[in-house]
Design a protein around this ligand. Structure first.
Ligand SMILES: [Ca+2]
Length: 186
């Protein structure tokens, strides 16, 4: 399917033209990824980091790789807090997903442990003026969160604003077993 997309309208706007014929394969992308929506593919991640801008800047960084190791048994967990609202210590914590190249994310694939709470998907960083493109709550399983289309971004943040109850050990914490983005490369 040949298509021409003009991305952006300001200075530095990129013109991306498919050359027709075979599209470049995405390394590691399973065929049929994207649930059958044309042009939607898994978006390769360059890095994932813990986000704790309102705290000490660290939120279990050693466990971050467990959120995308392909194993639903292992998970990145937040620290454990006294209340769903982080004990009043901060507005949220999360995972920052840096893409290998800017893209329009259409969907967040999330597998988690727990039930309830709340999260946002932000194109870019959290904070004042953050561009929220999706919202959801923890499901204790696999879910797909549809995201609002917007300009391409090289960074998407899973921003947890309310923690689910911690199933083991009391308190409140979120656990992300697997996280991935699907969308349209920019
Ligand atoms: Ca995992």
């Amino acid at each position: 399917m040949a298509a021409a997309l003009i991305l952006g309208t300001g200075a530095g706007a990129a013109l991306v033209i498919s050359t027709g014929g075979a599209e470049a394969p995405v390394p590691g992308a399973p065929s049929g990824g994207g649930g059958g929506i044309p042009g939607i593919v898994p978006l390769p991640l360059a890095s994932v980091t813990d986000a704790d801008p309102g705290g000490e800047g660290r939120e279990m960084p050693g466990e971050v790789p467990l959120a995308f190791d392909g194993n639903e048994v292992t998970a990145w967990r937040t620290e454990r807090y006294a209340t769903p609202g982080f004990g009043g210590l901060k507005e949220g914590v999360g995972l920052a997903l840096a893409l290998e190249a800017p893209a329009v994310a259409h969907r967040l694939d999330l597998t988690d442990v727990g039930s309830g709470g709340a999260f946002e998907v932000i194109a870019g960083d959290p904070g004042p003026g953050a561009r929220v493109v999706g919202r959801g709550s923890f499901s204790g399983g696999h879910q797909q969160v549809d995201l609002q289309e917007g300009p391409p971004s090289g960074l998407y943040t899973l921003w947890i604003t309310e923690l689910p109850a911690n199933a083991q050990g009391g308190g409140y914490r979120a656990s992300v077993s697997e996280i991935a983005l699907e969308g349209t490369p920019g």
